[in-house]
Design a binder for this molecule. Structure first.
Ligand SMILES: NC(=O)c1ccc[n+]([C@@H]2O[C@H](COP(=O)([O-])OP(=O)(O)OC[C@H]3O[C@@H](n4cnc5c(N)ncnc54)[C@H](OP(=O)(O)O)[C@@H]3O)[C@@H](O)[C@H]2O)c1
Length: 256
């Protein structure tokens, strides 16, 4: 296991750049943990959150990704710490979790993969299918298991980045393993919400929309910035009353 910091964490609680007010009008800065933050939606989370003064711990898979993330964030660099792990590796995640500062206010399980193209029920590559389940469905659970003790603050929240393709009514046969892995994640989200409600932890699944990332492709209609801006606004407003919801980036309720 490796963990690095893209920069020395320079801030002290009293020195945080408070940019945002909570519902009572109090200025706040929160600590967000984002998995898979070197590109795509995860990078956009890191960019937007640091720009408004939140503190971000970002997971990446390699030293080169950590450097790339630092370069992308440039001036906001000081507010980002990086840890390194693959979401398929429980030991790596557990070791990385040791160095994550508590409390984490918001844990975003964002890292995910699409799997091989042209997935088919009759021509299934079983090893690839198991691997995708390990990333998309079990990866978030590994993360939560390791980081739950660090989750805290007045309003702890867990956000599972899922997909509309995981809904039971959705059908995209060529992505069937991806769909099934997100369907499993959705079920885990419901179960987690029930399990963590007594501890005051809010758990939601979100559909980020079809966004122009490596996964979404160049044809996707939605800018990653718009998707993430919407999700952040939703997460800011979440309370325990919302636990167990499946929402899209505009805050619309999604069908499970
Ligand atoms: N984009 C869309 O239209 C869309 C739609 C619905 C849902 N989603 C979901 O949104 C999330 C982010 O998607 P995206 O579009 O930003 O995808 P992306 O651009 O392909 O980025 C995926 C991120 O996940 C990381 N990752 C992949 N496998 C990993 C592993 N085994 N361990 C640790 N990190 C891993 C990648 O790291 P590396 O660079 O190291 O590979 C990368 O940082 C995913 O959960 C995806 O399913 C996306």
């Amino acid at each position: 296991m490796l963990q690095t910091y893209c920069s020395q964490p320079k801030y002290h609680p009293e020195e945080r750049r408070f940019r945002r007010r909570d519902r009572k009008g109090t200025l706040v800065s929160e600590h967000w943990f984002i998995s898979g933050a070197n590109r795509g939606l995860g990078l956009e989370f890191a960019r937007q959150l640091t720009a408004r003064g939140d503190v971000v711990t970002a997971s990446v898979r390699s030293e080169s990704s950590a450097r790339a993330l630092g370069a992308q964030l440039a001036t906001q660099h000081a507010a980002v710490r990086t840890v390194m792990f693959d979401v398929r590796d429980e030991a790596e995640i557990a070791a990385a979790a040791q160095v994550v500062k508590a409390p984490i206010d918001v844990l975003v399980a964002n890292a995910g993969a699409a799997g091989p193209p042209n997935q088919s029920a009759t021509g299934l590559d079983f090893a690839a299918a198991l691997d995708l389940f390990s990333i998309n469905a079990l990866g978030p659970l590994r993360l939560i298991k390791a980081l739950l003790p660090k989750l805290g603050g007045p309003n702890p929240r867990i956000v599972l980045v899922s997909s509309q393709l995981g809904a039971t009514t959705s059908l995209k046969a060529s992505s069937m393993v991806y769909c099934a892995s997100k369907a499993a994640l959705n079920k885990f989200a419901q179960c987690l919400a029930a399990e963590l409600q007594p501890r005051g932890v809010t758990v939601v699944a979100v559909h980020p929309g079809w966004a122009r990332t490596d996964m979404g492709g160049p044809e996707a209609p939605l800018a990653p910035s718009r998707s993430v801006e919407g999700i952040i606004a939703i997460v800011d407003a979440l309370t325990i009353e919302d636990t167990g919801s499946f929402l899209d980036y505009r805050g619309r309720v999604e069908a499970w």
